[in-house]
Design a protein around this ligand. Structure first.
Ligand SMILES: Nc1ncnc2c1ncn2[C@@H]1O[C@H](COP(=O)(O)OP(=O)(O)OP(=O)(O)O)[C@@H](O)[C@H]1O
Ligand SMILES: [Mg+2]
Length: 395
């Protein structure tokens, strides 16, 4: 758990103005909290105070309930993984040596370090055989950034600080690395403070999101809460006018699927299917096969033309099938693309779980809603204080 208590930072060069202004927040054990806000609002400064790369002017920071003011600084930084905004790889060391820095200092044996390095490079989608012997100058900005993330994870620290760690990575790799990182973070219950400029990344990654403005927290809440109930015009503006659509992204088809029992089956008596339609005031029925998988749908016209029982020849094909894990924004897009008002949803085995309708999605987007891009980081030369940090971790 990371707790910030009335944390303030003033820089002499900035005179009286607090760049971080009396901030209090808690990141629970195993939680990922995103600090989100415009450039210069104090995100990096807040992160750097947690590992004492910047000394707070006033206020306290507790990790696991213990005030970090009493920690040995090298010990503190060893327990905290840090992926810095400027990446900061050592230019005179190979990728493998950069990643191995902290594990080596912790006395891990060579085999364990090599296995860990290979595993981490694979996680950030870099082929270990190709990239381990490379020097940072041989890598693109996005590749360097991925090595920076691998290095932060190397010694498996329980607490991680990540400053726009995926900002320079192309959208396709970024999506898979975000997914993979989130999976690892959840399964290993790492406590993470994660800085981002990117609202979509924040909503996707965060258990909680803290919106910063001029050194203060405007609102800290779950992504759904922020999108549904922005606390101020600034937050509403920041999350965007499409926040209802963004909320749909947080919901799955499984949450919207309804009326799983309103179905006909191949071989069903047509008269029973007609009764079912009438009883449900419905104009269509999904038809399932013996494996419970949707094979099509029928309405009054097909049923009127059918024989005594339903056979595959009488069934209208389905334009598409929705997977239970699809997010509702994608489902809405499928409905629009096919010009239909509903689609059947299926589980991982292809079994029918219910109807997802346009109406239901609109209702879910509206419920609780009231009023109301990734910035590429070029891999620059590491700054002196950032080098001190990594070096501090290995001394
Ligand atoms: N060492 C320093 N000396 C003086 N002012 C500083 C120092 N470090 C940061 N600042 C100022 O503090 C403010 C907050 O900076 P910070 O780096 O925390 O912003 P940020 O939210 O991380 O911005 P970005 O999204 O651009 O990375 C800025 O106005 C910055 O100029
Ligand atoms: Mg910053």
């Amino acid at each position: 758990m990371i707790e910030l208590r009335n944390l303030t930072k003033r820089f002499a060069a900035r005179g009286d103005k607090a760049v971080v202004d009396d901030i209090s927040m808690t990141v629970e054990e195993g939680e990922l909290c995103v600090l989100l806000g415009p450039s210069g609002c104090g995100k990096t400064t807040t992160l750097k105070m947690v590992n004492r790369l910047v000394q707070p002017t006033s206020g306290r920071i507790l990790i696991g309930g213990v005030d970090t003011a009493g920690f040995d600084i090298v010990e503190l930084r060893r327990r905290i993984g840090y992926a810095i905004q400027q990446v900061g790889l050592f230019p005179n060391m190979t990728v493998a040596d950069n990643i191995a820095l902290v594990p080596e200092m912790l006395g891990w044996n060579k085999t364990r370090i090599r296995e860990r390095t290979e595993q981490l490079l694979a996680m950030v989608s870099l082929d270990p055989a190709t990239f381990m012997p490379c020097y940072p100058r041989d890598l693109s900005g996005g590749q360097q950034q991925r090595v920076g993330v691998a290095r932060a994870l190397a010694a498996d620290p329980p607490v991680m600080l990540m400053d726009e760690p995926f900002g320079a990575i192309d959208p396709i790799n970024r999506t898979s690395i975000q997914d993979e990182f989130r999976h690892i973070q959840k399964s290993l219950r790492k406590t993470v403070m994660f800085v981002s400029h990117d609202i979509d990344e924040a909503m996707k990654m965060g258990d909680k999101v803290a919106i910063f403005r001029d050194g203060k927290i405007e609102q800290m809440a779950s992504p759904d809460e922020l999108l549904a109930r922005p606390a101020s015009a600034f937050v509403a503006d920041f999350v965007g006018t499409d926040r209802a659509l963004k909320r749909l992204r947080l919901m799955r088809a499984a949450d919207a699927a309804m009326e799983p029992a309103r179905v006909a089956r191949l071989g069903f008596a047509s008269a029973d299917a007609r009764t079912l339609l009438r009883d449900h005031l419905a104009d269509t029925l999904v038809v399932l096969d013996a494996q419970n998988q949707p094979v099509g749908h029928v309405g009054p016209l097909e049923l009127a033309a059918a024989g005594a029982t339903l056979d595959a020849a009488r069934v209208r094909p389905l334009p598409a099938v929705v997977r239970a894990t699809d997010d509702l924004r994608s489902v809405m897009s499928m409905l629009l693309a096919h010009g239909v008002t509903w689609l059947p949803a299926v589980d991982a085995e292809g079994g029918f779980i219910g109807y997802v309708t346009h109406e239901r999605i609109a209702l879910m987007a509206r419920a609780a809603c009231v009023s109301g891009e990734a910035s590429p980081q070029v891999a620059a030369a590491p700054r002196a204080d950032d080098i001190a940090l990594v070096a501090g971790a290995v001394r």
